[in-house]
Design a protein around this ligand. Sequence first.
Ligand code: NI
Length: 131
Amino acid sequence: MEKGPVNLSDALSSFEALWSPHIIAQMNDYDVRIAHVEGEHVWHAHRDTDEFFLVLEGEFNIAMRDDGGEERIVKLLEGDTYVVPKGISHRPFSPGASILMFEPTGTLSTGDSQEGPIPEGVDKTTGHKIN
Ligand code: NI
């Protein structure tokens, strides 16, 4: 299906909700999603897929645990990209940022399994359409 161009700045300013990924494009069976983030997400993992992040503005951190439970933090600044490998437990947190993600259509923002309750203000979603 052919769609018109989507301007990234316009798309980012079309919604304000935090931790609420919006889909700006779909290609093959993948979504390109953008989100505003601030505060903490929930520890979760995606059993079947890697997750690609690009920081559009601000600072975005990802805490991750290896198989032994050892925790480390990857700090990302504007222009940085990172891939969280599938199956790795991770918890994004940020003092404020906008990010872009690639992930298979249907991927839940909170993963297949999460640890503890989903914080208030974190949207459990497979992505919202941009209006
Ligand atoms: Ni994730």
